[in-house]
Design a protein around this ligand. Structure first.
Ligand code: CA
Length: 368
């Protein structure tokens, strides 16, 4: 219903714009030219980090493209490309920053090598859940802080998707203690990878399309990806039967839409509103998509003999301790990380107190 109402409003808006264009063309030549320029058709390329087969996560990119096209009456077209089609899945940042493409859809924590503060744009181990993350980004000053850093790289960023709390990955062998993690080769990106590394894991970062072959060939012993729906599609259960939870390193990773600054500046205010609105819709749609597809996929995986395992308290405690120690170290060595972290930490403390009351009480009683 909401989408239909929105479309109706957008249609009325377009009709009004059409009428005023006609009026202007009768008398004011200069303004008429401006209107003509604004009506110029635009075709943009969007590089993404995702294989198209992952319709949930690639769906975030598609939502942005579809909504902008609909809102512009077809005048503003964005073509999303899979990781590797234009640039590699982990090269989206550079492609947008350098203007190779106008837009990108990716996870900012792939780029913590450039600046660890980018992790805040996606997720931190033992960080915020979906609602906390949105509250921080939209209302808690988070987006503003992130944009200041992205501006140094000619990128305007938007939250544009979320997977919710992820699963803790696929393992060939059970891992019960920190000792079991020693020397284990695991694909895990972001600061989660850094924490795993501190726990003794040999960490690898591979884009989505390269994970299954690596796990199948034994190049890695374990991998994390997203959750039941995406992971079933990827087929990890065929080569590793233990499915761990929770993905404590990704309590609610935000996927980000990047726009090249120069390309952004070339848009009219209306077109900028379209991009911004479409990104916000992708941020909701993807979560809805996951929340409706994961339950069925979980059931299906259980039917295929997958063994579910909860991370032991020993591993969780050790991981959390290392995570907070890591944040203190990064704060000491990187002023930008510190600037974001100091605010984020205060926001999280208050938010956790609130979430640990009604939300937690309801969830722990009713989900069992
Ligand atoms: Ca993941």
């Amino acid at each position: 219903m909401k989408r239909r109402d929105f479309l109706k409003k957008a249609a009325v808006g377009a009709a009004v714009a059409g009428a005023s264009a006609t009026l202007i063309s009768c008398g004011q030549q200069q303004e008429a030219q401006t209107t003509t320029t604004a009506k110029k058709k635009i075709k943009w390329r969007m590089a993404t980090s995702w294989p198209k087969a992952f319709d949930t996560i690639f769906g975030g990119a598609q939502t942005v493209a579809d909504r902008v096209k609909a809102m512009s009456g077809g005048d503003f077209e964005i073509i999303p490309y899979a990781g590797g089609e234009i640039v590699g899945g982990l090269e989206v940042f550079d492609a947008v920053s350098q203007g190779t493409v106008e837009m990108g859809h990716t996870a900012s924590y792939y780029y913590i090598g450039k600046n660890p503060a980018f992790a805040f744009d996606t997720a931190l181990p033992f960080g915020l859940n979906y609602r906390q993350q949105n509250a921080w980004l939209y209302n808690g000053g988070g987006l503003e802080k992130m944009r200041k850093i992205y501006a140094e790289h000619n990128i305007v960023n938007f939250p544009a998707g979320n997977t919710g709390v992820q699963m803790g990955g696929w393992f060939r062998e059970e891992v019960n203690t920190v000792a079991d993690l020693q020397g284990l080769k695991m694909r895990i990106p972001g600061l989660g990878g850094k924490v795993m590394s501190r726990l003794g894991v040999t960490v690898q970062v591979l884009p989505g399309a390269e994970i299954y072959p690596a796990l199948e060939r034994g190049v890695i012993d374990a991998t994390e990806w997203v959750g039941p729906y995406d992971d079933e599609k990827a087929g990890f259960y065929k080569v590793a039967k233990y499915f761990y939870y929770p993905g404590w390193w990704e309590p609610a990773p935000t996927l980000s839409l990047y726009v090249n600054q120069k390309a952004w500046d070339s848009l009219t205010k209306e077109q900028q509103e379209m991009v911004s609105t479409a990104a916000a819709e992708a941020n909701l749609n993807m979560m809805v998509d996951y929340d409706s597809k994961n339950p069925k996929a979980l059931k299906s995986l259980l039917g295929k003999g997958v063994e579910m395992r909860e991370y032991s308290k020993e591993i969780m405690d050790a991981a959390r301790k290392e995570a907070w120690a890591l944040y203190d170290e990064l704060s000491a060595s990187n002023p930008q990380f510190k600037e974001v972290y100091d605010d984020w930490k205060l926001f999280k403390a208050d938010s956790d107190t609130w979430f640990s009351t009604a939300e937690t009480s309801y969830a722990s009683f009713n989900f069992k």
